[in-house]
Design a binder for this molecule. Structure first.
Ligand code: AMP
Length: 186
């Protein structure tokens, strides 16, 4: 199964992607986690992207796409995966389609977590992960980047019937049950 978990910052993508990984045995691949670990390890990539992550700006498409292709080339992703934080722009989605075509693979679903904006802000401000971009002004900016650059990705997949919108309000288990209902129909 090849899946995308989609939604604004604070929607619970990482949490639910972990649960999907554990239940369906497909690896969770988060581009944000890859970038944060590159920054922590002070790699060349980390040095390039640090200020962008700090400011809540997007990393350039070509860099993200190259990284994803390299990562997905590993054998552990052969049977499927759940992408978290990618694609985040329509050009990224198009490049991803081209990549899938070269591998004769298809996307099964985009799972969108829907959460009201005031709750998103509360969740981000109350999570305690030490992220430099989880401050009040940075979250506002990341939400506006989401609306402008990332939301159109959903329309890109919608016509193909791949979009499943899930109510992202409730307990972690309640939300996961809703996801399971969708995944069990695929
Ligand atoms: P996330 O952990 O998904 O919230 O991502 C944290 C940050 O990593 C974002 O604010 C961007 O700076 C960067 N990032 C992660 N994924 C992408 C992507 N697909 N395209 C561009 N930038 C990304």
């Amino acid at each position: 199964m090849r899946l995308i978990i989609f939604g604004p910052p604070g929607a619970g993508k990482g949490t639910q992607a972990q649960k999907i990984q554990n239940t369906y045995h497909i690896p969770h691949l988060s581009t944000g986690d890859l970038f944060r670990s590159a920054i922590k390890n002070q790699t060349e990539l980390g040095k390039k992207v640090k200020s962008l992550l700090d400011e809540g700006e997007l990393v350039p498409d070509d860099l993200v796409v190259d990284l994803i292709k390299e990562e997905l080339g590993q054998p552990k992703y052969e049977e499927g995966y759940i992408l978290d934080g990618f694609p985040r722009t329509v050009p990224q989605a198009k490049s991803f389609d081209e990549y899938l075509a070269t591998r004769e693979a298809e996307l099964d679903a985009l799972l969108e977590l829907s959460v009201p904006e005031d709750e998103l802000i509360q969740r981000v401000l109350s999570r305690d992960e030490g992220r430099s971009d989880d401050t009040r002004d940075k979250i506002q900016h990341r939400l506006s980047v989401y609306h402008e650059n990332t939301k159109p990705v959903k329309a890109y997949y919608k016509d193909r019937g791949l979009v499943h919108t899930i109510n992202g309000v409730g307990s972690i288990e309640e939300i996961f049950d809703r996801i399971r209902e969708v995944l069990n129909t695929l």
